[in-house]
Design a protein around this ligand. Structure first.
Ligand SMILES: Cc1cc2nc3c(=O)[nH]c(=O)nc-3n(C[C@H](O)[C@H](O)[C@H](O)COP(=O)(O)O)c2cc1C
Length: 198
């Protein structure tokens, strides 16, 4: 028999996304969690209105909180940091916390640990929060002629991408999507396991 959707079964997903890559990942995770007995609420903190309504939420109604962010110039989105600060100052010791990022560095599976060490660990250091699971997923980059990124940013990102992916000899004018959906599915299963065994 499935569990009732009581307060202790409420899960919050809060994510930030600049161009939609992390949003698609967050929605994929929600899709899988929706098939469980948990009730999932999801907020895009990079959207002004959603960030406002998230801030009005009583955090204590959630038993677990999953956060996701893309990495822009080595950092999380500022609203995600604001939300982390709020969590840090709330008394949430009984809640399970998880974190994932989407970034270019994790495009190369061999660099996933490096991405975690470079972006997740130092950016979470300021907060006295205990995360049960963290992961770094490959990102999505649009180098197509209709890309919204300006040419200087494209040039910098192409250079870093070539450095991190020695298999790539040149960057073509197209959208590169390095997300590994199996890795994301495995992460979701592990997260589900963690929050089911509280
Ligand atoms: C301006 C800019 C800066 C970026 N800086 C980094 C970076 O410092 N490290 C990295 O690994 N990826 C970096 N990326 C890659 C993004 O993290 C990646 O494209 C991600 O998939 C974007 O997700 P989003 O669409 O959800 O924001 C950068 C991308 C842009 C556009």
């Amino acid at each position: 028999m499935s569990k009732d959707k009581l307060n202790e079964n409420k899960v919050l997903i809060a994510y930030s996304s600049r161009a939609g890559c992390t949003e698609e990942v967050a929605l994929k995770i929600k899709e899988k969690l929706d098939t469980s007995s948990f009730e999932i609420k999801i907020f895009n903190v990079s959207d002004k209105d959603q960030f406002k309504s998230l801030n009005k939420q009583d955090i204590n109604q959630y038993s677990s909180i999953l956060l996701g962010s893309s990495i822009i110039k080595g950092k999380f989105h500022k609203n995600l940091n604001k939300f982390l600060k709020k969590l840090d100052s709330s008394s949430i010791k009984d809640k399970k916390l998880g974190f994932f990022i989407c970034c270019m560095k994790a495009c190369n599976p061999e660099k996933i640990d490096e991405a975690k060490n470079e972006y997740i660990i130092p950016n979470l250091e300021d907060y006295n929060l205990d995360f049960s699971i963290v992961d770094a997923f490959g990102g999505k980059l649009d180098f197509s002629p209709t890309s919204s990124m300006n040419s200087m940013i494209q040039k910098i990102l192409k250079k870093i991408m070539l450095k991190d992916n020695l298999d790539l000899k040149e960057i073509e004018s197209k959208v590169y999507d390095f997300r590994d959906w199996q890795q994301i599915d495995n992460f979701t299963s592990s997260w589900l396991n963690i929050i089911s065994n509280m």
